[in-house]
Design a protein around this ligand. Structure first.
Ligand code: SF4
Length: 241
């Protein structure tokens, strides 16, 4: 399978699609990307107006559907709390009430406060300063914040900070496992290494690719039903002889 069809798109343009280079030809994940990118087009992730909104969404989306997160974020926006300064000043109980639609609202309000304490203490409340840290170093520090695990940390790094790091989630694991590329219980870092090893380390590609996998998981690769006949990745499944 040739990998040239997306190569006219240059990284850094407003189009989020990005080329997978020739050296990635022949890798399963390079081929998946090319086919999904062509089939689904630009995904324009993350759905948010600001970097801080991405961070809030990444924390609130844990263990819930995105539609619930949208309602919580709409509440925060209406209350004019979608900035680090405003949310830092807001009482915990008020945040709990506003993020209630996202579920586990007490825990999530505490996680938001924990992130804000970290941002204020370590970087004087500046997202610019925070995101200027080297990727690996900032990742380690984010993982030390209450309520931030690998998926949340990497979502923040990639989608809010523009750091080239791949986000692994349940959709990704399911697709990898169903194509025999990883065990169903593959560890987070191990799955991430597959992508880092087979793709150019470019923010635009990681941004678009993760979004494409989420869309694939929602449309076709569902937990109890894999619609492989309709799915663009069906051609990559091993056929019976
Ligand atoms: S639906 Fe089938 S072809 Fe599509 S990603 Fe899942 S296992 Fe692969």
């Amino acid at each position: 399978m040739a990998l040239a069809s997306t190569s006219t798109l240059a990284a850094g343009t407003t189009d989020s699609r990005a080329p997978v280079q020739a050296e990635q030809a022949g890798t399963a994940l390079g081929n998946f990307y090319q086919v999904l990118d062509r089939h689904l087009g630009p995904q324009h992730w993350w759905p948010a107006e600001t970097r801080f909104e991405v961070i809030v969404g990444a924390i609130l989306t844990q263990s819930t559907a995105w539609s619930n997160v949208e309602r919580a974020i709409a509440n925060l926006r209406q209350a004019r709390l979608l900035s680090p300064e405003a949310l830092s000043r807001a009482p915990l109980r008020r945040i709990e009430r506003l993020v209630r639609p996202s579920g586990y609202y007490r825990q999530k309000a505490r996680k938001l406060k924990a992130f804000l304490r970290f941002l204020n203490a370590e970087f004087g409340g500046s997202l610019d300063r925070m995101f200027r840290q080297p990727t690996a170093e900032l990742r380690e520090r984010l993982l030390g914040v209450h309520g931030i695990g690998p998926e949340t940390a990497d979502s923040i790094l990639l989608y809010a900070g523009g750091h080239p790091i791949f986000v692994i989630d349940a959709y990704t694991r399911r697709i990898l496992a169903r194509h025999g590329l990883a065990d169903a219980n593959v560890g987070y870092e191990q799955a991430q290494e597959l992508f880092h090893g087979q793709l150019p380390r470019q923010t635009e590609i990681f941004n678009q690719y993760h979004a494409l996998l989420v869309e694939t998981g929602k449309r076709w690769c569902r937990p109890r039903e894999a619609r492989c006949q309709e799915c663009p990745l069906g051609r990559f499944l091993e056929r019976e002889p």
